[in-house]
Design a protein around this ligand. Structure first.
Ligand code: GLN
Length: 157
């Protein structure tokens, strides 16, 4: 079993560090073959397009994200949204969070808050605009753990 979690933080700082450590291409290659979970800034890094100002990204997940879409640091909040397919709502800690404003046809929406997707999956790539590690609900952890255990499912053909 193996996988990678790209945590929250500051996506611009991650980009600088990835370039300085010469790890950008290696992580991009990892994203092609292994389960990867990006949360918040990690989600921004995985996205195909970053708004409102274009920013480099790994571009392995067919979504557009708008950085800091809920406002400033003081507008950060503990939200409660929908976990698709579950009657039990999901707590989502949004810290200067991005908003997913477009999802491509192969992207599955797994959770929503105020109508916007907050947890999405495209094959081996999972991304959340919130911080699951700051809530006691373990459903998202379990979801990615299962993905990591399964690896990439290849079709029989
Ligand atoms: N605002 C940060 C960014 O644009 C993300 C914040 C977070 O990861 N909590 O990269």
């Amino acid at each position: 079993m193996s996988g990678l979690v790209i945590p929250g933080g500051e996506s611009t700082a991650f980009l600088k560090l990835l370039s300085r450590a010469d790890m950008f291409e290696a992580i991009k290659r990892f994203c092609a073959v292994k389960p990867v979970f990006g949360t918040c800034a990690g989600c921004i890094l995985l996205a195909k397009n970053v708004l409102p100002a274009r920013q480099e990204s790994l571009a392995v997940l067919d979504i557009d994200v708008q950085r800091n879409a809920y406002g400033r640091q003081t507008d950060s909040r503990v939200a409660v949204g929908e976990y698709v397919g579950s009657e039990i709502p999901l707590e989502m800690v949004l810290i200067r969070a991005p908003m997913i404003v477009r999802t491509g046809p192969d992207v599955e929406i797994l959770a929503r808050y105020l109508g916007a997707p907050t947890l999405v999956r495209q094959r081996n790539i999972l991304a959340a605009t919130f911080h699951p590690e700051l809530s006691t609900d373990r459903r998202i952890h379990r979801f990615f753990y299962t993905m990591a255990c399964q690896g990439i499912q290849r079709s029989a053909s």
